[in-house]
Design a protein around this ligand. Sequence first.
Ligand SMILES: [Zn+2]
Length: 123
Amino acid sequence: MSKSLVIDHFAPDAVMRGLLDGEDFRNRVPGTTVYTCPRCAHRIRFRWRSFYQADGRSHLQRKLRHIFDDLTPELRAATQSFIDFHCPTCQAPTRIIFSIHEGGNISLHFDIYAVLVGEGMSR
Ligand SMILES: [Zn+2]
């Protein structure tokens, strides 16, 4: 018995507020950005540090993680990582996929590629 799993793909600016666009980048994480769960509207504030500290570890169960991995593309010409979590309100499994760019003399830049969101529990 396998239960069907719906995972939707969201453009960064559909679910995250405050991302920056520039001449040669899109959807760049500023000091802080607010993510809104598309299933239940729960908001989570992410800081630049959250992306800096992301290390590819996942809080999702293995089976779910593999499904998300299959849906995560290899981004061209970029180092990439992701942040996995369950929405604290509706439990929707969520993956924020982003690329990592050297930022000159100061730091790194993180550009959001997409957000994958599974089903929440309150449907
Ligand atoms: Zn939610």
